[in-house]
Write a protein that binds this ligand. Structure first.
Ligand code: NAD
Length: 452
């Protein structure tokens, strides 16, 4: 469902016309395709000091036979990866410039930039160190805004001791799965996990897993169900009875099961657990169901407020109680993954969406709190969220044309994302290989200009 304008400027005549008129020229993004190489060219790999993470990444690239270069030359690069985990003072940041300046010039279409660092403030009182580490965020977000040709730039902060747990994140960011993820910071190892299991096949990282997806009858939820099934999971598709036909179609299309259920029902969690007992429990829960009831706050009545907060937030808290309490009888198993769906409206706020933004900011609060819960860490359960920006769905197709065009173009990629882009990020969080990835809110927004 690429928008018509993006298709037009990607035709020879459309591209020339848009260039001559100075119009935005969104590039069709490189999305996941089976058998496509992880990255479309050699990788320039460097870093500061002994660059321990670059060593790990070199080993990952070697598995996929991807050529690695230590200096930019005449080759069109597929990616530039810079390990800045050993920067000690802002003066050390010169290494970033020295690698990125020639690297960006040589980067081909659909290229990737990955910068690696350490969480800025943990375990030290060294102001220069905190400053240097935090500076990486500024570099990454700026590079993201300078990227052309459907490229992305992201920062990975690896906690001390978690160097052995970065593979799923590196593979996600290099691949077409992260097409619409740019300018983001992903933390690895906040839960003290030092290494993560490697799947038998990276093409099917969810093989044998049971995933529950709410709001699966259409839009982003249907895309999540399809991507999870493609990656090997058995998917339980949940939606309201009124969406039963569409729900059955999605479930049948992927060999999953359908469960008609209003997530706001008091027994919703118990019914999911009961349904999943036949599979011996759940490995992944994606709380995707959501609604909007937009109005300026001054005109928002109690019903409009309550319905949004109930579907988007309170239902998740209620269902989690049942899902997390019954690991033995069909609930979320130890080592499982909870993924929530926030929104950039929950980060930046949005006119006419105070109820929705409350619920989506609340989702972020829930993720931050639960991911630090010692009992869940002990059980190996990860909790993360995506925060989609402008995604091409039935919901956004209904926005009036002018507003829709603004929402669609106001990001570093000058285009809306597709439901599959959100789904791919959720699938990455859902892998056991992402056991050290928790507490993250990753925006799938093409680096939207709205929000942080
Ligand atoms: N589309 C976007 O641009 C965008 C941006 C940011 C966040 N999101 C979020 O992504 C999620 C999916 O959005 P979408 O665009 O696919 O929306 P959508 O309206 O197309 O789909 C939502 C699905 O949730 C289901 N649902 C609603 N209430 C339910 C309930 N009480 N119980 C069970 N199912 C229920 C609906 O029937 C529908 O199938 C939502 O949480 C939404 O807030 C979407």
């Amino acid at each position: 469902m690429a928008d018509t304008y993006t298709s037009f400027v990607n035709s020879p005549i459309g591209g020339r016309l848009a260039g001559a008129l100075g119009l935005p020229q969104p590039t069709e993004l490189r999305r996941y395709e089976p058998d496509a190489p992880l990255v479309p060219g050699p990788v320039l790999l460097g870093g500061h000091g002994s660059a321990p993470l670059a060593v790990k990444i070199g080993a990952i690239l070697a598995i996929d036979n991807i050529p690695v270069l230590s200096e930019a030359g005449s080759h069109k690069l597929g990616a530039v990866v810079v390990d800045l985990s050993e920067v000690r003072t802002p003066a050390d940041l010169e290494t970033a410039r020295a690698i990125l300046a020639p690297g960006l010039k040589a980067l081909g279409r659909h290229g990737r930039v990955i910068i690696l660092g350490r969480p800025p403030y943990e375990g030290h009182q060294d102001a220069a160190l905190g400053a240097a580490r935090r500076a990486l965020e500024g570099i990454t977000r700026s590079v993201g805004k300078e990227m052309r040709g459907g490229g992305t730039a992201n920062l990975v902060l690896v906690a001390d001791g978690a160097d052995g747990a970065i593979e799923s994140t590196i593979r996600f960011l290099l691949s077409g799965r992260s097409a619409y993820v740019s300018g983001q910071v992903i933390e690895v190892g906040a839960n003290g996990v030092a290494s993560a299991p490697v799947p038998a096949a990276w093409e099917r990282p969810l093989d044998g897993k049971v995933a529950v997806v709410t709001g699966a009858a259409r839009g982003i939820g249907a895309a999540i169900a399809k991507v999870m099934a493609r990656d090997g999971a058995k998917v339980v598709c949940v939606d309201i009875p009124a969406a039963g036909d569409a729900l059955a179609k999605v479930a049948n299309g992927i060999g999953g099961t359908a469960l008609q259920l209003d997530v706001t029902a008091a027994d919703a969690g118990a019914r999911i657990v009961e349904h999943c007992a036949r599979f011996g429990g759940i490995d992944i829960v994606v709380h995707n169901a959501g609604i909007t009831r937009d109005k300026l706050l001054a005109n928002t009545d109690e019903d409009r407020w309550a319905s949004v907060v109930d579907v988007n937030l309170l239902s998740i808290l209620r269902m989690n109680e049942a899902l997390l309490d019954q690991a033995a009888t069909g609930g979320l198993r130890d080592g499982g993954h909870l993924v929530l769906v926030s929104s950039i409206a929950g980060i930046a706020g949005n006119r006419g969406q105070s109820n929705y933004a409350a619920s989506k900011a609340g989702v972020i609060g829930l993720v931050r709190t639960m991911s630090g819960d010692a009992a869940l860490i002990e059980r190996g359960i990860t909790v993360n969220a995506v925060a989609p920006g402008f995604i091409e769905t039935e919901m956004t197709a209904k926005i009036p044309f002018a507003t829709r065009e603004v929402g669609r173009r106001l990001n570093s990629m000058s285009q809306g994302g597709l439901p599959v882009d959100v789904a791919e990020t959720i699938a990455y969080f859902s892998q056991d290989a992402s056991a050290a990835v928790t507490g993250n809110i990753v925006r799938v927004c093409g680096q939207s200009l709205l929000g942080a």
